[in-house]
Design a protein around this ligand. Structure first.
Ligand SMILES: NC(=O)c1ccc[n+]([C@@H]2O[C@H](COP(=O)([O-])OP(=O)(O)OC[C@H]3O[C@@H](n4cnc5c(N)ncnc54)[C@H](OP(=O)(O)O)[C@@H]3O)[C@@H](O)[C@H]2O)c1
Length: 275
């Protein structure tokens, strides 16, 4: 497949950088450099994608690379961008993207000021660091990407996402933090609720941790998506069974009292949304 982004350099070899490097390689791109904070980390990813150039300084990246992907922790992005802008004389057509959902493309301003195309491309997917050795291209197949870029650069950024076999979702810069909040409600806080589910199951002497609840979780998700909350919600809050809710609250107060305020808020929302 013809692409304007045939060679790629990765800065960051965590789960996002690793998945992206393998995905890009499978799509026929060539990973020409891998940079990380520690030499060992960059070497590990470089080996996986058969790249000879790796290290801890951005100066190892060939100046004629087509695309530099910055997949470092959010707090490091601006620092890395400043170092990229001051260390190497890039070809004008070299483009730069970062992968944060919370930091805007303004973090790449020093590179934009030099006439380069820049964008924030955020994969709407979860990449636990604990699963780093399983990180591969499958995590990026057919997913949506939050694209945030300056007006003249959006078309290019969206095309790049499509080349990566993703679906671009345009995120206005001023709404970026709300967009990212939505991502955390999709990916992070449910994990905490599932943990509580397993703990309550254990307190009720149900073996298997979260296992017995998995079909319940998956069907609830599927109905919420297909039917919306009003038609998907079941259970005592949706049915208005106050006496059951009172017993639930008491049981929770005995087992995990700190959860009661959240329980009350969830009951309130479930009632309101199922009406
Ligand atoms: N994790 C997710 O679920 C997820 C989902 C979507 C988007 N993102 C975004 O994707 C980006 C990367 O996330 P991640 O979870 O892969 O991060 P991570 O696990 O923290 O890995 C970051 C990588 O960046 C390297 N690094 C740190 N500081 C650096 C610096 N100053 N210069 C060069 N390399 C540096 C680290 O090197 P060492 O390994 O040598 O320390 C590591 O390889 C972040 O912007 C994040 O918000 C994450």
């Amino acid at each position: 497949m013809r692409s304007s982004q045939r060679t790629i350099a990765l800065i960051g070899a965590g789960p996002v950088g690793t998945s992206l490097a393998i995905h890009a390689q499978r799509l026929g791109r060539r990973v020409v450099a891998v940079v990380a904070r520690h030499g060992r980390t960059s070497q590990r990813l470089a080996r996986r994608v058969k790249c000879r150039s790796y290290g801890t300084s951005v100066s190892i990246i060939p100046s004629d690379v087509d695309l530099v992907v910055i997949a470092v922790p959010d707090g490091e992005i601006a620092r890395v961008a400043a170092s990229l802008a001051s260390t190497v004389s890039w070809r004008r057509r070299t483009a730069f993207v970062h992968c944060s959902g919370a930091v805007t493309s303004d973090a790449l301003a020093p590179l934009r000021a030099r006439g380069h195309r820049v964008a924030s491309l955020h994969p709407i997917q979860t990449f636990p660091r604990a699963a780093l050795r399983f990180a591969d291209a499958t995590l990026l197949q057919n997913i949506a990407w939050g694209v945030e870029a300056a007006t003249g650069q959006r078309t290019w950024a969206e095309r790049l996402v499509r080349e990566w076999k993703g679906r671009p979702v345009r995120v206005p810069k001023e709404a970026k933090i709300t967009y990212h909040l939505a991502c955390t409600f999709a990916a992070n806080y449910p994990v905490v609720l599932w943990q509580l589910t397993a703990e309550l199951g254990r307190a009720a002497r149900i073996p298997g941790g979260l296992g017995p609840f998995i079909p319940l979780i998956l069907e609830s998700l599927s109905y919420a998506y297909e039917l919306g909350p009003k038609r998907a919600l079941t259970g005592p809050a949706a049915r208005g069974e106050s006496s059951v809710l009172r017993k639930h609250r008491e049981a929770l107060r005995r087992l995990s009292p700190t959860w009661v305020p959240l329980f009350n808020a969830l009951v309130h929302q479930a009632r309101r949304r199922s009406r």
